[in-house]
Write a protein that binds this ligand. Sequence first.
Ligand code: NAP
Length: 237
Amino acid sequence: MNEHERTALITGASRGLGLALARALARGGWRVIIDARDPVALEVARADLAQHSHVIAIAGDVADAAHRGALAAAARELGGLDAIVNNASILGPSPQPELLDYPLDVLEQVYHTNVIAPLALIQAARAHLRPAARIVNITSDAGVEAYPGWGGYGSSKAALEQLSAILAAELGELRVYWVDPGDMRTQMHQEAFPGEDISDRPLPEASVPGLVELLEGAHPSGRYKAREVDFANARQR
Ligand SMILES: NC(=O)c1ccc[n+]([C@@H]2O[C@H](COP(=O)([O-])OP(=O)(O)OC[C@H]3O[C@@H](n4cnc5c(N)ncnc54)[C@H](OP(=O)(O)O)[C@@H]3O)[C@@H](O)[C@H]2O)c1
């Protein structure tokens, strides 16, 4: 395959990790389809990325089926996908309440965005996945560690992890990665630690090379930490 024809669908790419990954892929010749809810921030990101590659930006909420349909239609328009990166995610309330005080309507929203929507997007785009396509679901250490106060977001990421593992078992021919990017200096991280100085956390760009390696390399399906991906793994185009 001509590497300049590769296409990635990355959700939540107006800022943070999604934008950093989209920028790296666009600079590497990938065409990108991106989304975010805020159309103004998304347009700024689109204009930035369009300096490097072909970009389709569609404003909307991944929790909305019609929006996911529009993303899938864009994938069809570009002739298929080599990667879906389910990156868009919400934290829930800030500060995060403990589970016994967690508003259940908000918990449903967190699960809808962080668990149901990623699967629903894969379902919507399945007909447009190229044979060697990669599915990347962005998870968190909060999905495996029991941090007090992280019960809503953390349990949603735990569900995303198990969903990813079963998807990998069911989709033997496609590679499925669920990836912990590590702590990053982003808006979500600031919301998780309101009022705290998070300037010591690495920028999201530090988590990007590992993700690109997973997208372009030949690693087996599984759980990875973005900053610990083995770059010695043989590449397969
Ligand atoms: N930051 C960390 O320390 C950290 C640690 C572990 C894992 N993670 C994970 O890394 C991923 C990226 O997080 P980040 O820190 O880069 O977050 P961020 O800076 O808050 O960026 C989130 C991006 O997703 C978009 N988004 C949020 N909800 C959306 C929705 N419902 N539909 C469409 N787009 C949506 C946002 O734009 P709009 O708000 O305009 O929609 C934004 O572009 C997430 O999956 C997060 O759980 C982050």
